[in-house]
Design a protein around this ligand. Structure first.
Ligand code: M6R
Length: 606
């Protein structure tokens, strides 16, 4: 998963591909590689590390040719290494891939039986092998690609070459891919910024499209194999705008990426027929009786832990203790052998979380990390790791990492529930089907984003905010308040609504907006009373609810309605308006949204 580029034309492909890969560096990656064709051979050079390291190797090697593909990899299957870097070759077929092949193990087994051999730990390697298989069955390259993609389940954008052929093939399926149209030369890229210095004319492929690029032009086949015309669009983006996909800030882009990052995180982990959750990463995990869970993290990841506690305890009936990583190791936590310690971190490099993990290990706990970065310290040192597949998160304020962490916690609960038999199969199936609807529901919230933007204008000059929620939405409001604090520098406090009477109520007057999360669940009537209490003290209530006719809707200042889902998944849907609210206020105030003052993306000191 990360960046794809491809070129066919009259110029040196290695230089063009390297330049395009450099332009994708801002997205983060762990290794890079190119494949360049000289009409006869295709030569591959790939390396863990930076594009500059790769360039030095290429310069030494004098790679020449006018057709080529390249890739920057953000590992999802297999650690970052030279061996797992793209491109991958199977005899004369060479492929780079973004996305996840859900059924790669199945295809690998099938091909192994036919004598195919694999060298890497990636899911991608099955693709060139599958295409090779079909060329050997008599298909030409395009026919073999068409045939192969029918076997693939998951998400993929591909760029494909074959030795001795001057054809560059691109495939798009639930992972972006576009064609750049130049003057007598054509390009492929996963993202426009890669090509912005070469052309401003793009064809944005649609799902299921196969693009065939030759020296004479571009032909596009749709999912049925019919030739289709796709409009060439001129975009006038500056390189900065292009990097952010047309969004003003990375944070906003990442908020809008959540439907796809959640889909990617779920992908391949649901065993539909069995009605179970499967984590490839946990195959080796011994499943003895678990006495107690611990969940430990910092910042936003800590809020995910708090939500995890609600999800786990309600469904597994095993106690979960949640700790801030910076507190955990200094309080002599009574962790014992047989305890299960879950550490959550987007970066996997947060010093306090790493220290907590080491402390827990010392005390005999089994350690599992939930991380977004393959090869990170935390993922290397814990007994096992589940990777969220949010893709690189560049904005300092965590957004898509948070919602994918909750998705993983929910799946992990279902994984334990079936292993421990604490839930009926049909209940698990029902919960899985709710999970599958989440990306769509998040999208629905995002479609209503303009309303939040409008609301933000009204509240941007207030100096203090209170965020109230109950139950599983208590940690959600903590997260909403953190978002507002860190990017807008406005003071905001998240509170369990029931605690309001025990102190914060003293703060409420007409200068205090109070954001209330109030779904139609068992907390509804209590939340209504809390809202009444705020209104009667002239506080301005912003209500976020999943009810079309909430009892307080007419009395509050503003209402935003989110789609309904099950209790455990509510935070994913409810946090989206809170992220947008914080973003738009900060944007209107003109703060440095992506790099707020005093904050670092990864806190590597204790
Ligand atoms: O990489 P991690 O998830 O371990 O980072 C933990 C916190 O530093 C992080 O969540 C921080 O609170 C963010 N700025 C929140 O937006």
């Amino acid at each position: 998963m990360c960046g794809i580029v491809g070129y066919i034309g009259k110029n040196r492909a290695d230089q063009i591909v390297i330049e395009a890969l450099k332009r994708l560096e801002y997205r983060g990656y762990d290794s890079a590689g190119v494949a360049i064709g000289d009409g006869q051979r295709i030569r591959i050079i790939k390396k863990k590390g930076k594009v500059d390291d790769l360039k030095r190797l290429i310069d030494k090697d004098e790679l020449s040719g006018t057709i080529g593909i390249g890739h920057t990899r953000w590992a999802t299957h297999g650690v970052p290494s030279d061996r797992n870097a793209h491109p991958f070759r199977a005899h004369d077929i060479v492929v780079v891939h973004n996305g996840i092949i859900e059924n790669h193990l199945e295809i690998k087994e099938r091909l192994k039986k036919k004598g195919y051999r694999f060298q890497s730990d990636t899911d991608t390697e099955v693709i060139p092998n599958l295409i090779l298989y079909y060329t050997r069955e008599g298909f030409d390259l395009v026919g073999a690609v068409r045939r192969a993609v029918k076997d693939l389940k998951g998400s993929y954008a591909l760029a494909i070459l074959r030795e001795k052929e001057r054809i560059l093939v691109g495939v798009r399926h639930e992972s972006p891919l576009l064609i750049g149209v130049g003057d007598g030369e054509y390009f492929i890229a996963s993202d426009a910024p890669a090509l912005i210095s070469k052309t401003n004319r793009f064809i944005f492929l649609e799902d299921g499209d196969i693009a065939v690029l030759t020296d004479d032009g571009v032909r596009i086949l749709d999912r049925n194999g019919e030739n289709v015309e796709r409009e060439i669009r001129e975009v006038n983006w500056t390189p900065m705008m292009a990097e952010k996909g047309g969004f003003k800030h990375f944070m906003l882009k990442e908020i809008y990426e959540q439907p796809s990052s959640i889909s990617d995180t779920i992908l391949g982990r649901i065993l539909e027929e069995k009605g179970e959750i499967h984590f490839e990463e946990l195959e080796e995990m011994p499943l003895s009786r678990i006495r107690k869970f611990w969940m430990v993290a910092c910042g936003t990841s800590y809020h995910a832990c708090l939500i995890g506690k609600y999800i786990f305890e309600r469904n597994l009936k095993i106690p979960v203790e949640v700790d801030l990583a910076s507190e955990f190791r200094y309080r002599e936590p009574p962790v014992r052998k047989g305890d299960f310690l879950i550490l959550i971190s987007q970066s996997g490099e947060t010093a306090d979380t790493i220290a907590a993990m080491r402390e827990g290990k010392k005390r005999g706990a089994y350690t599992l990390s939930i991380c977004n970065v393959l090869g990170s310290t935390l993922s290397r040192e814990t007994d096992s790791t589940i990777f969220t597949r949010a893709g690189p998160e560049i904005g300092v304020a965590s957004t898509k990492a948070f919602t994918t962490q909750i998705a993983v916690l929910f799946m992990l609960m279902l994984f334990f529930a079936s292993r421990m038999k604490t839930k009926e199969k049909k209940e698990i199936k029902k919960m899985i089907s709710e999970l599958k609807k989440i990306p769509h529901k998040v999208n629905e919230v995002l479609e209503g984003g303009a309303k939040i933007e409008e609301m933000s204008k009204k509240y941007m000059y207030y100096k203090n905010f209170l965020y109230l929620g109950r139950g599983i939405n208590f940690p959600t409001v903590l997260e909403g308040a953190l978002k507002l604090k860190e990017i807008s520098y406005i003071h905001a406090e998240g509170y369990a609504a029931g605690e309001m009477k025990h102190g914060p109520i003293a703060l409420i007057d007409e200068r205090m907006p109070v954001l209330c999360l109030s779904p139609g669940d068992s907390t509804y009537s209590k939340m209504c009373s809390n809202i009444e209490e705020v209104i009667s003290r002239q506080g301005k209530v912003i209500l976020i609810t999943d009810m079309d006719s909430h009892g307080m809707a007419k009395k509050v200042e503003d209402v935003f309605v989110v789609p309904k889902t099950i209790y455990e998944l509510q935070p994913i849907v409810s946090v989206i308006p809170l992220q947008l609210f914080a973003y738009h206020i900060a944007n209107f105030l003109g703060t440095d949204v992506d790099q707020p003052r005093n904050l670092a993306k990864s806190v590597t000191v204790e």
